[in-house]
Design a protein around this ligand. Structure first.
Ligand code: SAH
Ligand code: DHB
Ligand code: MG
Length: 225
């Protein structure tokens, strides 16, 4: 009953405020047809990412966890023509599906996809000495999220935003006794955030068509290098 209501409300909100289009719809359809798990951000969450990127004036975006590129398209659309998005994906099949979806959305020029486990590709990204990212969206496997956050911080500047998906896990995050690996992983993230003087952060619970979850929003306020 509750989940049904959350889903109905999400559909209502999305119908009123979130204009989908061919590129976004086909990204979801192609991903499902290719057997990818249906765990993309919802349309209203995708638009929230887009609005965070637009409002912060982000020109360089990092995404950890591409899947079929649905969130990539939302974030990529917030960029100015000279903007760049780097997205990291471990699964070559996901990466291939995403690449086609991103190209169909007209974003191939702005998006660089790096295929490989993020704990291997993030150090290489640091070695490239690229300009720092203005916004990072962390949404890959959940256990090493604290490590992804640490790497994201190294790739940020004062004023960068770091957004982390799936930090509530149906409420599991509040259970200190949980041995569920993603819950343990997210509690490590919150410990790292609580001890980190270079960021100021909050977290918000969400309900909707993907159930009960939440996200972290962290602003980098202290020098990171
Ligand atoms: N951001 C996407 C959803 C990502 S789902 C969206 O909202 O549209 C999580 C993705 O992270 C999956 O595609 C999975 O293959 C990928 N992933 C899992 N482990 C990873 C790792 N170690 N490094 C990089 N990506 C990983
Ligand atoms: C899972 C991953 C996600 O990124 C998400 O938004 C929901 C669920 C998962 O791995 O279960
Ligand atoms: Mg997610």
């Amino acid at each position: 009953m509750t989940q049904q209501l959350w889903t109905e409300v999400d559909h209502y909100l999305t119908d009123r405020l979130v204009h989908s289009d061919e590129a976004l719809e086909s990204a979801l359809q192609n991903s499902a047809a290719a057997g990818l798990p249906e765990i993309s951000v919802t349309p209203n969450q995708g638009k929230l990412l887009y609005l965070f990127a637009l409002a912060s004036g982000a020109e360089r975006v990092l995404e950890i966890g591409t899947l079929g590129g649905y969130s990539t398209i939302w974030l990529g659309r917030a960029l100015p023509p000279r903007g760049r998005l780097v997205t990291l994906e471990a699964d070559p099949h996901h990466a291939e599906v995403a690449q086609a979806n991103i190209a169909r959305a007209g974003l191939a020029e702005r998006v660089e996809m790096i295929v490989g486990p993020a704990l291997e590709t993030l150090p290489k990204l640091v070695e490239r000495r690229l300009p720092p990212f203005d916004l990072t969206f962390i949404d890959a496997d959940k256990v090493p999220t604290a490590e992804y956050f640490a790497w994201s911080l190294r790739l940020s500047h004062v004023g960068s935003l770091i957004i982390v998906d799936n930090v509530v896990r149906q409420g599991g995050v509040a259970d200190a006794a949980s041995d569920e690996p993603s819950v343990v992983g997210m509690r490590r993230l919150f410990d790292a955030l609580a001890d980190e003087p270079r960021v100021t952060a909050t977290a918000v619970q969400t309900v909707g068509s993907k159930g009960h979850d939440g996200f972290v929003l962290a602003l980098v306020t202290g020098e990171v290098d």
